[in-house]
Design a protein around this ligand. Structure first.
Ligand code: TRP
Length: 349
């Protein structure tokens, strides 16, 4: 069996550096080593509507925005099939059939759903569609028989639920139409979920605690200078804490020994810097400048590429999505036919 990779994001805003280490970096590695048969990146606009149904402009405006962010990072439409979820109606069709083989109780036990419900305060207004998005996500994956899903840790319960649906479907309808899949996580644990610059577990626009891929140098510097460090590290000579100190959390994700040679030659690696900081004698501005240099080196080419893309017509990007969507549709429609045959609801040749 070949390697079929599928992943996606909700188009609800610009990508930030948490997205970069949490998923984009892995996608670039896969794309650049070329070790796959198909690689799909889906812009999950239908899924974005499950909790933004009353804000269609936001979702719509972010579809091209997110594509441009991907491309600015180096994801290449010649190597990756980009498509729009809502334009592949086969995904909705499969979702409808999968709804029957998942219990409501199982959905309520999905840990990601649980966390999101707690965050979003739906109370009496919880849309049925929101609860069902793990099922629709299973449709996204299985329609392409994707077996490798690069995602963040928050998506692991989705993969687990997808595999349950695959097994149930194949067993109930005595077939082998759907394929199981495996997640691929970021390479180091520090990158699983990058906190906001204030230490809040979630990076979000409303909290103002993000660094976006397209932020200019000044904004990046300002955000880094605002980072939560160690409130008891008052004088440079005081011993400092590394745990819970956002500068070190970010350095864990972004810094390499090469960066030390270039920007901080007094140390060879992060372990050395950490122990010096813990012993006292290293000021916060110093480590913040180091982090800023690393981030700015990463973000400068992305920012420049994004500017170049912004000068191009929407038409160009819509064509990329149209081409990808046509391809996605033709693959998904084959799976739908096979699934319908297994469910004995295929009537005509
Ligand atoms: N739920 C994912 C997110 O919020 C987006 C997504 C939708 C996805 N369908 C998918 C990811 C299928 C992987 C595979 O980031």
């Amino acid at each position: 069996m070949g390697k079929i990779i599928l992943t996606g994001d909700r188009p609800t805003g610009n990508l930030h550096i948490g997205h970069y280490v949490g998923s984009v970096k892995r996608r670039l590695e896969i794309q650049n080593n070329g070790d796959y048969d198909e690689f799909y990146i889906m812009i999950a606009d239908s899924q974005a509507l499950t909790d933004n149904f009353d804000n269609p402009d936001k979702v719509r405006n972010n579809v091209l925005n997110i594509l441009k962010d991907y491309m600015a990072c180096g994801l290449d439409p010649k190597k990756v099939t980009f498509f729009i979820q809502s334009e592949v109606s086969e995904l909705t069709e499969l979702t409808y059939y999968y709804l029957n083989i998942v219990t409501f109780n199982r959905l309520k036990r999905n840990p990601t759903i649980k966390t999101e419900l707690a965050l979003r305060n739906f109370e009496g207004t919880l849309p049925v569609g929101f609860m069902c998005y793990p099922i629709s996500q299973t449709a996204d994956i299985t329609a392409f028989k994707a077996n490798i899903i690069p995602v963040g840790v928050d998506q692991l319960p989705m993969i687990e639920q997808a595999n349950e649906i695959v097994d149930r479907f194949n067993s109930i309808y005595k077939c082998n139409v759907l394929k199981r899949c495996e997640p691929v996580l970021p390479e180091n644990e520090a990158s699983y979920r990058l906190p906001g610059i204030d230490g809040d577990a979630k990076m979000s626009k409303s909290l103002g605690n993000c660094i976006y891929l397209i932020d200019d140098s000044d904004t990046v510097k300002k955000q880094v200078m605002k980072m939560y460090t160690d409130p008891n590290h008052i004088n440079v000579s005081d011993p400092g804490r590394v745990e819970g100190n956002m500068v070190f959390t970010y350095l864990d994700c972004f810094c390499t020994n090469e960066h030390f040679k270039k920007y901080y030659p007094e140390f060879n690696n992060l372990d050395e810097l950490k122990s010096a900081y813990q012993n006292g004698g290293i000021g916060d501005v110093k480590i913040k400048m180091f982090l800023f240099n690393i981030l700015d080196e990463l973000l400068t080419p992305i920012r420049e590429k994004r500017k170049e893309l912004d000068s191009m017509d929407d038409e160009y990007f819509l064509n990329i999505l149209k081409e990808g969507t046509l391809k996605a549709r033709s693959v998904a429609s084959k799976t739908v036919l096979e699934a319908k045959e297994a469910m004995k609801i295929k009537y005509f040749e």
